[in-house]
Structure formats: structure tokens, C-alpha cells
Design a protein around this ligand. Structure first.
Ligand SMILES: [Zn+2]
Length: 176
């Protein structure tokens, strides 16, 4: 007989108390033994996966239904449709303005950093504010402001445009 009894836990699905060996490990110790078991026992595992999948399928269906009703409502209401289309035109113009200038670096798009840094400095905001608005960490924002960065990620410029309500033209000039 083992000196130390195997730990047990209650499965969240079948509510039965079972030894840890009847649960898959969530985390293991370096020697491979279970550190924490999952909440559901191995017997319940396939059913839990099926139920999770069904729930997420339901969520996707609800989302589709919501989008469909939203589209119907927008299409049926001339004022709402006009607003909706204006929003789309605005985004389209902004996107084109940005993409026209962006240089593709790998999977991300970059813009030259100098005009952006100059514009940022012209705001005269404390560094902490800039970090907060642009979602940058301190050293990144500092390097940008000091002109130590050659290029800036398009997403960062985009966030600045949105946060300060300016168009990309205000920073990079018309058709630069
Ligand atoms: Zn179970």
C-alpha cells in the first residue's frame, strides 16, 4: 500500500470524486507527474469538447443573426444608411491615404518616422500621455520622439490619427 494516498478531485461534469490519474494533466512537474489536473475527468473529456464546440457554434450563429438584423435595419432607414455609408467612405479614404504612403516591411506596413515624430513633438504632450494615446511603451515613445527610429508602424500612426482626430494628410502632407 502506498504511504501517501493519491490525491483526488471532483469532476465538474459528472460530479464524481476520482483520483488524479483519471484526469488529464493541466500542468506537470519536471518529472512528468501531474501538478494540476484538468477540471473534467478523462471519461467526460470528449463530451466536454463536444459541448464547448456546440456552444461556440451557437455564439457564431447568434453573431451572424445580429449582423443580419443590423444590416436590415440600416438598409431600411435612409438616415442610418447615409451615416453608415459616410463612415465607410471615411474609413476608405483614410485607409487609401495611409496605404498609398506605407512601405511594406514583412507582414507589417511602415511609414517614415520623421514627419510623425515632428508632428508628435508639435503636440507638446508629456511622454506619458503619448504612450497612453498610442499604446506604446515608454522607451519606444522616447526613441520615436528623439528621432532615433527610421520608420514607424502604420498601426501606430493610425491610432494617432484616430486618437487626435486628424487625417494622415495632416501629418504627412497631401500626396507626399
Ligand atoms: Zn467526469
Amino acid at each position: 500500500m502506498a504511504l501517501v494516498a493519491e490525491p483526488t478531485r471532483i469532476c465538474r461534469r459528472c460530479d464524481k470524486r476520482k483520483p488524479w490519474s483519471e484526469f488529464y494533466a493541466k500542468r506537470r512537474w519536471p518529472d512528468g507527474t501531474t501538478r494540476n489536473p484538468h477540471s473534467y475527468c478523462i471519461a467526460c473529456w470528449p463530451a466536454v469538447q463536444r459541448e464547448n464546440y456546440a456552444r461556440s457554434a451557437e455564439r457564431r450563429a447568434r453573431r451572424r443573426e445580429y449582423n443580419r438584423r443590423y444590416q436590415e435595419a440600416v438598409q431600411a432607414d435612409p438616415e442610418r444608411l447615409a451615416l453608415h455609408n459616410e463612415g465607410r467612405r471615411f474609413r476608405y479614404r483614410e485607409l487609401n491615404g495611409v496605404t498609398r504612403r506605407a512601405r511594406v516591411v514583412g507582414r507589417s506596413r511602415h511609414l517614415p518616422a520623421a514627419p510623425f515624430a515632428e508632428w508628435l513633438r508639435s503636440l507638446g504632450l508629456p511622454l506619458a500621455e503619448i504612450e497612453r494615446w498610442l499604446g506604446l511603451d515608454g522607451s519606444h515613445a522616447r526613441r520615436l520622439l528623439r528621432g532615433e527610429q527610421a520608420s514607424v508602424d502604420l498601426d501606430v500612426v493610425d491610432r494617432a490619427c484616430l486618437a487626435f482626430g486628424v487625417s494622415i494628410d495632416a501629418i504627412y502632407g497631401e500626396d507626399a
